[in-house]
Design a protein around this ligand. Structure first.
Ligand code: PMP
Ligand code: GLU
Length: 398
């Protein structure tokens, strides 16, 4: 019997992916499930992007590429940053990987030593704490509240930093809360960072999905001094509905990008060749498809807010990004619903899936007990019927 390593034994399966898998099993057994678990756009990848992949295959672009990505794509990423964020970068500051999750893993592998501390405001995306722990570094979780719109204050950041702090991981627009920090709020956090030696991993993967008056901010572009110590992460999964193509990237100073390239060359050789050509078409091609999807997400967000706000005991701040609502269900803890005593966000989500057939992810997976996450990347009819099913189920609580 082969013994599992301490590293692998310590890693939890991704709670979002696990929740999605459970719903798929129920669906396969013929049960209708309202699956609001995985954060994945339900839209097809736009046709011109798929066509570019077909063309790349026909042209024989089906082999290894340079480790950090093809030059045309790195140049397109530089153009995109200039256009979208007025941020001037050079191709040697870009490394393309197999999804932004991979980019984050490469960044952490190339920057952290065992015992280093990484400040992570909670609620945070499920994978952050595990990815940090896999390097032997220590996640330092800073809880935020719904009352503050789930934003970490400069004072909280300052208090969390110790001589061992290496990185701050920040994610705006945020998964799971939808929170978008304003430029001023990020500048205030940057001021704290610039008084220290701490670097910043800024995960901006939802940057094109903002609503109302919210504007995305590229942290590295806020001040010239931040360029040296910020790793910007983004990718194609969310804005271009390209989750399965596995395309993400990191922007950082050349020595760090080179180090990440060395890690990547030993791990995966290079990102997928065909997907790189698809991403090139996504970034250089027409952007109306992004705006069209964004508009539909905004309609869905308003629909879900309207429905959820009518459910007694359910509360949430109205946030302006990504495609998630993170709502407080703690008023149901201690109650019995469909014969099950609800004690925490895990038992709530489990009972909700098994009895109401509505699939939500427990807040505990995001470092915030008392809440559940709903992804609204589903058709309007699903969202309407699913929130009705949730309301009906909760109305039976006693
Ligand atoms: N960061 C955040 C905040 C996310 O929600 C996701 C979702 N998967 C990722 C990174 C990784 O995305 P991907 O690996 O699909 O590019
Ligand atoms: N980021 C998405 C989510 O939070 C996709 C699943 C994952 O990669 O964990 O649901």
């Amino acid at each position: 019997m082969i013994l599992i390593s301490k590293l692998a034994a310590s890693v939890q399966p991704s709670a979002t992916l696990a929740a999605g898998a459970k719903a798929k099993q129920m669906k396969a057994a013929g049960i209708r499930v309202f699956d609001f678990s995985i954060g994945e756009p339900d839209f097809p990848t736009p046709q011109h992007i798929c066509d570019a992949a077909d063309k790349a295959m026909a042209a024989g672009h089906t082999h290894y590429t340079p480790v950090n990505g093809i030059p045309e794509l790195k140049a397109a990423i530089c153009r995109w940053y200039k256009r979208y964020h007025q941020f001037d970068i050079t191709p040697d500051m870009v490394i393309v990987s197999n999804g932004a999750k991979h980019s984050i893993h490469n960044t952490l592998s190339a920057t952290l030593n065992p015992g280093d501390e990484v400040v992570i405001p909670a609620p945070y995306w499920v994978s952050y704490s595990d990815l940090v722990a896999m390097t032997g570094a220590v996640p330092v979780i800073v809880p935020t509240t719904a009352a503050s719109g789930f934003k970490m204050s400069p004072a909280q950041l300052k208090a969390a930093i110790t001589p061992r702090t290496k990185l701050l991981m920040i994610n705006s627009p945020n998964n799971p809360t939808g929170t978008v920090y304003s430029r001023e709020e990020l500048l205030a956090l940057a001021d704290v960072i610039l008084e220290t030696n701490v670097s910043v991993l800024s995960d901006e993967i939802y940057e094109q999905l903002v609503y109302g008056t919210a504007k995305p901010t590229c942290f590295a572009a806020l001040k010239p001094e931040l360029r040296e110590r910020t790793i910007t992460i983004s990718g194609a999964s969310k804005s271009y509905a390209m989750t399965g193509w596995r395309m993400g990237w990191a922007i950082a100073v050349k020595p760090l990008v080179d180090a990440m390239g060395n890690v990547q060359s030993q791990q995966t050789s290079c990102p997928s060749s065909v997907s790189q050509y698809a991403l090139l078409a996504a970034l250089d091609g027409p952007q109306e498809c992004v705006e069209e999807m964004r508009k539909q997400f905004e309609v869905r967000r308003n629909l879900v807010y309207d429905k959820l706000s009518k459910i007694p005991g359910v509360t949430f701040p109205k946030t302006e990004g990504a495609f998630y609502v993170f709502f407080d269900v703690s008023s149901y803890f201690g109650k019995t619903i469909s014969g099950v005593k609800i004690t925490d966000s895990f038992s709530f989500s489990k009972a909700c899936l098994e009895n109401a057939h509505v699939n939500l992810v427990p807040g505990s997976a995001f470092g915030a007990e008392g809440f559940v996450r709903m992804s609204y990347a589903s058709a309007n009819s699903e969202l309407e019927e699913g929130t009705d099913a949730l309301a009906k189920w909760l109305a039976t609580a006693s």
